[in-house]
Design a protein around this ligand. Structure first.
Ligand code: PLP
Length: 388
C-alpha cells in the first residue's frame, strides 16, 4: 500500500462511536447528520424513477435536467450561474475528491484553514500533496480567521487553498469582505480556491438571500475557484450521496473525464430525487434551518450555563463546538462521556491539533428535548467529577 494511505489517521470520531456501539442508552450526537428522514416528495421521486425503469448509466456530468435545476437554484441565491458550469457528483465527499484530483499533483502545497472536517485535509494527503494549516483562533468561544496569517501562508508556491465556511466543526463563517480579500490575494499568487460551502443554507445570521456569504458572490466565472455543494444537509439527504460542483468553464470537460474514472455517473433515481428536492426547496430548506436554529438556541445557552464551559453560538452549520475547563484531552474526555455519562460527542482534536480539549456536539435533533437530556447528563457527570 502507498505510504500516504498507510499514514492516514483513523477517524477519532469513529473511535469514540465504537466505544458506544451496542449501547442503546447512549444519547449520540457524534456524527454530522440529523435523525429526520428525507422529506416524502424526494423519496417519492426516486421510487417513481425506479418504477419507470431508470436503472441505466447516465451522463458523466449529470442529467441535463438536474444541472439546469441546480443552476436555477444557485442563480436564485447568487449571481447567475450557467448550467454548463455544474457537475453532479455522488455526494459532497466525492465532489471534494474530484476537485482535488483535478487540481493537485503529488508534492504540491495545499493550505487548509483548520479546524476542519478531516476529509478536507486527508484527501490532498492521499494524492501526495503537502498540507499546511492556517489555524483559526478561538476568542471567547467564537473561532476567527487571522487574515494576515492566511495571506502570509498562501504564496505563489501554494497550489490550492481549502476552506470550509460555514465550518464543520467550529461554526465559523466568512464575511464577504474576507472572501473578497482572500480572492484578491489568491489571484495575485495564482492559487486555486476550493470552497466547501455545503452548509451555506444552514446560516443563522440575518440575510437577504437566505444563505451564508459565498465566494460565488465575489468571483468571476473564470476565477480559479471551485465550489463544493451537497444535498445532504439542506435537504436531509445524507444517505443518498448526492452533491455538485460549480466549476470555471475551462475545468468542465476534464471533470467529465475524471467522473468517468471515479464513479462514471450518479445513479439516475438519486438525481431524480435531487430534482424533486430543488423543486421543493422553498418549503423544505427554510423549515430545516428554522428547526436547526431552535436546536442551536436550545443547546448553546444550556451549555453556556455549565461551570467552566467556553462556547459561543455557531453562526452557521449544525454544531456546537465547546471546551470544558480542566479537561485537556478531547479523545479521553469523549470516551469517558460515553462510558460514564451515556453521552456521545465528537473529540475536537479529530479536526485539528489546535482543537485539542474541544468537543463537537451535532445539534441536528428532531426532538430538541434530546439536547436538553444530553446537557443534563453532562451536568450530572461534571457534578460527579467535582465531588470525586
Ligand atoms: C464540511 C463538509 N463538507 C462536505 C461534507 C460531505 O457531505 P456529503 O458527502 O454527505 O455530501 C460534509 C459532511 O459532513 C461536511 O461536513
Amino acid at each position: 500500500m502507498r505510504e500516504a494511505i498507510h499514514n492516514l489517521e483513523a477517524s477519532k470520531i469513529r473511535e469514540v462511536a465504537n466505544a458506544g456501539i451496542g449501547r442503546a442508552d447512549v444519547l449520540a450526537f457524534w456524527f454530522g447528520e440529523g435523525d429526520e428522514v428525507t422529506p416524502e416528495p424526494i423519496r417519492q421521486a426516486a421510487i417513481a424513477s425506479l418504477q419507470q425503469g431508470e436503472t441505466f448509466y447516465a451522463h458523466n456530468l449529470g442529467l441535463p435536467e438536474l444541472r439546469e435545476s441546480v443552476a436555477r437554484y444557485m442563480s436564485g441565491l447568487h449571481p447567475t450561474i450557467d448550467a454548463a458550469r455544474i457537475a453532479i457528483t455522488s455526494g459532497g465527499v466525492s465532489a471534494l475528491m474530484l476537485a482535488m484530483q483535478a487540481l493537485v499533483d503529488a508534492g504540491d502545497e495545499v493550505v487548509a484553514v483548520t479546524p476542519v472536517w478531516p476529509n478536507l485535509t486527508a484527501q490532498p494527503a492521499i494524492l501526495g500533496a503537502r498540507v499546511r494549516s492556517v489555524p483559526l483562533v478561538p476568542k471567547a468561544g467564537q473561532w476567527t480567521l487571522d487574515l494576515d496569517a492566511l495571506r502570509a501562508a498562501v504564496t505563489p508556491a501554494t497550489r490550492l487553498l481549502v476552506l470550509n465556511a460555514p465550518n464543520n466543526p467550529t461554526g465559523w463563517t466568512l464575511t464577504r469582505a474576507e472572501q473578497q480579500a482572500i480572492l484578491d490575494h489568491c489571484r495575485g499568487t495564482g492559487t486555486w480556491i476550493l470552497a466547501d460551502e455545503v452548509y451555506e443554507r444552514l446560516y443563522y445570521e440575518p440575510t437577504q438571500n437566505g444563505c451564508a456569504p459565498s465566494f460565488l458572490d465575489v468571483a468571476r466565472p473564470d476565477d480559479r475557484l471551485v465550489v463544493v455543494h451537497s444535498f445532504s444537509k439542506s435537504f436531509l439527504m445524507t444517505g443518498w450521496r448526492l452533491g455538485w460542483l460549480v466549476l470555471p468553464p475551462a475545468l468542465v470537460e476534464g471533470m467529465g473525464k475524471l467522473i468517468e474514472f471515479n464513479t462514471s455517473c450518479t445513479s439516475v433515481f438519486t438525481q431524480r430525487a435531487g430534482i424533486a428536492a430543488l423543486a421543493h426547496s422553498a418549503e423544505i430548506t427554510p423549515r430545516v434551518v428554522a428547526h436547526l436554529k431552535t436546536c442551536r438556541d436550545t443547546l448553546v445557552p444550556l451549555l453556556a450555563e455549565l461551570p467552566g464551559v467556553q462556547v459561543a453560538p455557531a453562526r452557521g452549520g449544525m454544531y456546537a463546538f465547546f471546551r470544558l475547563e480542566g479537561f485537556d484531552d478531547s479523545l479521553l474526555l469523549a470516551k469517558r462521556l460515553v462510558a460514564e455519562a451515556g453521552l456521545g460527542l465528537a473529540p475536537g482534536n479529530a479536526f485539528a491539533p489546535q482543537a485539542q480539549g474541544w468537543l463537537r456536539w451535532c445539534f441536528a435533533s428532531r426532538d430538541p428535548q434530546r439536547l436538553v437530556q444530553g446537557v443534563e447528563r453532562l451536568r450530572n457527570w461534571l457534578g460527579a467529577q467535582v465531588r470525586a
